[in-house]
Ligand binder design. Structure first.
Ligand code: GDD
Ligand code: GTP
Length: 424
């Protein structure tokens, strides 16, 4: 058998996803009409040998309850459980903590997926490569530009055998433009012993203690706590993968399909577009049928109300009970639950938060970023701003108001034109 783990992180993470993560945990944010991790589960459910999936993270127990209940009916062939870390244990620490549960039923292989990536998750192909090469580990890789590469884990591989020769997490200088997509397949026999030796190395050679001043007891206690916490954190990327490249049968499956990280709130827009395009290519019935005013791909929740003269698309998702009135234009955007887009307004490259309202003849817009870019910020007047305009929950944009390249925190009312600002 095979099992899968999705690393969902916890409430202290996803800060770059603000203001959207103030109201929903990032893994449950809707892109292309479904929570981010629903897209991971869709791919997992297509691997016949997987019957069990664990979400590992340090969110409260209740956070994933409803999602898991819904997913159980949508993915009847897989059992989904949430396993909660008592604190952030790192990408390998959580796996190790729950090793008994994961190893139950003696799975041969374990998939590990970062929850904050968007891609086609070619899991069956990774499994096939593992079998062909008799691999102990397979990592999903993709090529990015030289400037982008150092923001990710970098892989040096033998192009002929596809063996991983060298792995460095976010290197300081360029070593390769083949990067870690955050999707792995491990042989169960190798994963846990590798984590155990990393932990052992750490306890054998503990880090130098920090300088303690007796005059400042309070702060030295704080440092102590911090150090303890850090010592328990074990990360796949820094503590495990480099070693695997040196000593194990470690291979890379290179995808030429789409891949993006979902870190900033703005990055939900490219992710939404890529998943919608994928749905369009696969002929998904999820999408709105094309018409004079619907430029595919567009997702409209069945409970949303879109006026027939409103023009939508491409790459638009409209959430439950949202309303879009006559003559409005929506393009490359996400309109969340209960939002109202009034008549003749225009929403471009934006995310309209839950229960927000865009007034009549208003314009809410961001700026397109190049399709190959791994960055949704741009420089305007010498200042770095978000290319995507984001309205948090329950914001209101007045009639005829123009909002350009802004991030707007929840509950704000915009009564004047604004550009390149964070509205707090
Ligand atoms: N359960 C749990 N516990 N999950 C965690 C923890 C933890 O302590 N820390 C991080 N995660 C989860 C995050 O929610 C995310 O899904 C994933 O692990 C990786 O997050 P980060 O640790 O923030 O790493 P990163 O996103 O900066 O970089 C990683 O992903 C890139 C691809 O997106 C690395 O693996 C890079 O090498 C890789 O290129
Ligand atoms: P159309 O010009 O409507 O055909 O859109 P398009 O598919 O060519 O894409 P474009 O990049 O032009 O989309 C944004 C466009 O929407 C703007 O350039 C305007 O032409 C149009 N637009 C702006 N404001 C409004 C509005 O209030 N109502 C409508 N219906 N359209 C608007």
């Amino acid at each position: 058998a095979t099992k899968a783990v999705i690393l969902v992180g916890g409430a202290s993470r996803g800060t770059r996803f603000r203001p959207l993560s103030l109201d929903v945990p990032k893994p449950l944010f809707d892109v292309a009409g479904h929570p981010i991790i629903w897209h991971c589960l869709t791919a997992i459910s297509k691997v016949p040998s997987i019957q069990e999936v664990y979400l590992i993270g340090y969110y409260e127990e209740s956070v994933f309850r409803d999602f898991i209940k819904d997913a159980a009916t949508e993915f009847p062939n897989i059992a989904i459980k949430y396993l909660r870390e008592y604190q952030a244990l790192g990408t390998a620490g959580g796996l190790y903590h729950f090793r008994d549960a994961i190893l139950k039923g003696r799975p041969e292989h374990i998939f590990v997926l970062n929850s904050d990536v968007c891609c086609s998750f070619p899991l069956n192909q990774m499994l096939q490569l593992a079998q062909e090469k008799d691999a102990e580990a397979v990592i999903l890789g993709t090529r990015v530009s030289e400037e982008a590469a150092t923001n990710f884990g970098c892989i040096v591989s033998d192009s002929h055998t596809r063996r991983v020769l060298h792995y460095v997490e976010k290197p300081e200088s360029h070593i390769s433009n083949l990067i870690n997509c955050g999707v792995y397949l491990f042989s169960a026999d190798v994963l846990f012993p590798s984590i155990r030796s990393a932990i052992k190395r750490r306890t054998d050679r503990p880090r130098l203690g920090s300088y303690r001043s007796s005059e400042n007891l309070a702060s030295s206690f704080m440092i102590d706590d911090d150090e303890n916490q850090k010592n328990e954190v074990i990360r796949l990327e820094q503590d495990i993968l480099g070693d695997m490249a040196d000593s194990k049968q470690f291979f890379v499956y290179e995808t030429t399909d789409f891949w993006r990280q979902i870190k900033t709130a703005g990055s939900a827009i490219p992710a939404n577009a890529l998943y919608l395009q994928k749905a369009l290519q696969s002929g998904s019935k999820d999408l709105a049928p094309p018409s004079a005013n619907i430029i595919p791909p567009v997702y409209i929740h069945p409970s949303a109300q879109v006026h027939p003269t409103a023009k939508l698309g491409p790459n638009v998702s409209v959430g439950p009970r949202a309303t879009i009135d006559a003559g409005a234009r929506v393009k490359e955007s996400i309109v969340l639950e209960d939002a109202e887009i009034k008549h003749d307004s225009c929403v471009l490259y934006s995310i309209i938060g839950w229960s927000s309202r865009v007034g009549a003849w208003a314009r809410v817009e961001g700026t397109p970023t190049p399709v190959t870019s791994h960055n949704t910020s741009i420089i305007k007047n010498g200042v770095k701003v978000q290319a995507i305009t984001i309205l948090g929950k329950e914001c209101a944009v007045g009639d005829e108001i123009r909002v350009q390249n802004c991030v707007c925190l929840p509950f704000k009312e915009l009564k004047r034109d604004v550009a390149n600002e964070v509205i707090m």
